[in-house]
Design a protein around this ligand. Sequence first.
Ligand code: ATP
Ligand code: MG
Length: 317
Amino acid sequence: MSLGAIVTLGELLVEIMRPERGIPLWASGPFVGPLASGAPAIFAHAAGRLGAPSRLVGTCGADAFGDVIVAKLEQAGVDVASIRRVAGQTTGTAFVAYRDDGERDFVFHARHSAAAALEPADVTAATLDDADWLHVTGTTLPLGDSVREACYRAVRLAAERGGVTISFDPNLRPELISPAAARELCAPVLEHAHVVLPSGEEARLLTGAETVEAACEALLTGGADTVILKRGAAGCTVVDASGSQQVPSLRVEEIDPTGAGDTFSAAFAVARRRGDSVHAAARFAAVAAALSVTAFGPMEGAPGLDDVERALQRMDA
Ligand code: ATP
Ligand code: MG
């Protein structure tokens, strides 16, 4: 049986980045870019780079920045037929600066850009017909009512159809959203998600639990089969009915961590679909995500299948 498509939906953005750390966004100074970005676009690109059939449903402007993203996705073999170019609206942008301590600052133009034009009608039966995996990221949900409804519709259709694994990366910024608002926003996705990939803090925010352990328990009780806690350079922890297992990460020199979480989710989907156990898939994903942080730019480090397999072999040696 041939494998179906990995589908995701949401924002396409370009990033305009400070070329080095410590240049604040308010300062007059150099930028580099446009670099293709947007969490769902990074996910789709990473899945494509790993050789999987990958489709992105989303919107961007009919402008040069939109061309940058579509070309980057096409290069990775992503199916871009469901990307709608919105006339009269510009492609979303994110200006990004790294502080000396590695924290990031942003100026976003997303909610009032073409990225927010996605609507439920963009999610057709054909979008999901051949899908066996659907991924949603929490960065998409606050973009506007119609975008949010499009995500909820995709999740509902996938759940109704069956045979589609639904994964959700909450990607919440605790400093930007209250726990109550986060729960309300994510509930319709969590209701159907099989795999949830939060950080420890996001897990607590989503569930209101005091500890990360209790938060994972609550997510499993709420219907998820698998919770994967992402822990940056420390790797990740897989929590499911059989207990909790730590998965170490590959030691790398971190150049740009943007997109590590999205690459992790995509690699996990790729590995699970080919039959890897949850633990093996998390290990594969951790290595793919580690490789992705070794290059400057949101999509630049995305590894191919061979790169990940070679790194895994080196780890085992
Ligand atoms: P973001 O939302 O900022 O993209 P995230 O919180 O979703 O990030 P991280 O925990 O930063 O995700 O990264 C996801 C995974 O990528 C980690 O669980 C780890 O496996 C891998 N990873 C991230 N940074 C590093 C690093 N510096 N070295 C090795 N592996 C890393
Ligand atoms: Mg994240």
